[in-house]
Design a protein around this ligand. Structure first.
Ligand SMILES: Cc1cc2nc3c(=O)[nH]c(=O)nc-3n(C[C@H](O)[C@H](O)[C@H](O)COP(=O)(O)OP(=O)(O)OC[C@H]3O[C@@H](n4cnc5c(N)ncnc54)[C@H](O)[C@@H]3O)c2cc1C
Ligand code: FES
Length: 259
């Protein structure tokens, strides 16, 4: 079921100078909303910029949906003009989302704003028996890590610039963890180079991961073909998959990364 319409903005919260949070009223017409899915959210209450922006669900409550948004350009900046109590136009839930049933031990790896959709995943799993290990990477000061710290048996935080934390990239702790741990599934969301480097690492160690991919989007429903990426199989040894409809979750052994 795809909801197309308006939902009330219950809460707008500034997280730091780059990121903010929207809590939207969830309606029955939206149906089930799963971690890893996204909504196309209207960038502005005045109708410009016109194109809706894809934003992942960063948490789902009984009658709420949370989005965590990084200010990138015109559209995400215009979203800040919405006031609490106003209606936000959106369409969703869209995309396939994560597969997460039946695993006993998982590793969750997030980089920057890519941590947002993983928050919804670990909150869906926190009341289950699954053992969660998390690695979160930031450029500067960490944010959005509290739920990971509270619900993970191991939570490693790295930052490129914040000296209070281990310096470096997520690949450093992940390499060590893959030497000593066995995971039933690994979940990753973050910038393209991070996904590519980690996938090379998983392939060399025999691990399989679910990657939440990102690409520029327009329609969000598989019609315009703006958002394709190369995946394995197909008539020529590869095919073009639509991130919005066939993804945004792809398995690490499906995706063909650009060199
Ligand atoms: C499936 C999916 C889930 C996402 N989830 C989140 C999230 O939870 N939080 C978050 O902060 N961001 C998320 N993004 C990225 C977010 O959609 C872009 O940062 C946003 O569209 C940028 O719009 P802008 O107008 O601010 O920037 P501009 O650069 O001015 O955008 C110009 C145009 O490019 C498109 N565009 C630019 N960058 C991207 C991008 N990286 N991905 C898709 N379209 C882009 C915009 O839709 C717009 O049409 C997600 C992207 C995808 C594809
Ligand atoms: S955004 Fe139109 S096909 Fe994916």
């Amino acid at each position: 079921m795809k909801f197309v319409g308006k939902a009330k903005l219950l809460k707008k919260q500034i997280i730091n100078e780059e990121n903010f949070r929207f809590v939207i009223k969830r309606s029955d017409e939206m149906g089930c909303v799963y971690p890893g899915q996204f909504f196309n959210v209207s960038a502005s209450k005045v109708g410009y910029p016109m194109l809706k922006r894809p934003i992942s669900v960063s948490d789902v409550g009984e009658d709420t949906i949370e989005f965590t948004i990084k200010i990138i350009g015109e559209g995400t900046r215009a979203m800040l003009d919405y006031n609490e109590g106003e209606a936000v136009e959106l369409m969703g839930p869209l995309g396939n989302g994560f597969e997460y049933g039946g695993y006993r031990k998982i590793l969750v790896i997030g980089g920057g704003i890519g941590i947002a959709p993983l928050k919804g995943l670990i909150n869906s799993l926190k009341k289950t028996e699954v053992e969660i290990h998390s690695v979160l990477g930031y450029r500067d000061a960490p944010y959005l890590y509290e739920d990971f710290a509270a619900n993970s048996a191991i939570c490693e935080i790295v930052s490129e610039n914040d000296e209070q934390y281990n310096r470096g990239y997520v690949t450093d702790p992940v390499k060590k963890m893959l030497e000593s741990e066995v995971y039933d599934m690994i979940y990753v969301c973050g910038p393209y180079p991070m996904l590519k480097n980690l996938t090379d690492l998983f392939n060399s160690k025999g691990f399989r991961a679910q990657l939440l991919m990102e690409e520029k989007m327009a329609c969000g429903i598989g019609a315009c073909l703006v958002c394709t990426c190369k995946t394995k199989n197909g008539d020529f040894g590869f095919k073009h998959s639509r991130m919005c409809k066939d993804g945004p979750m792809f398995y690490s052994d499906e995706v063909i990364f650009d060199e």
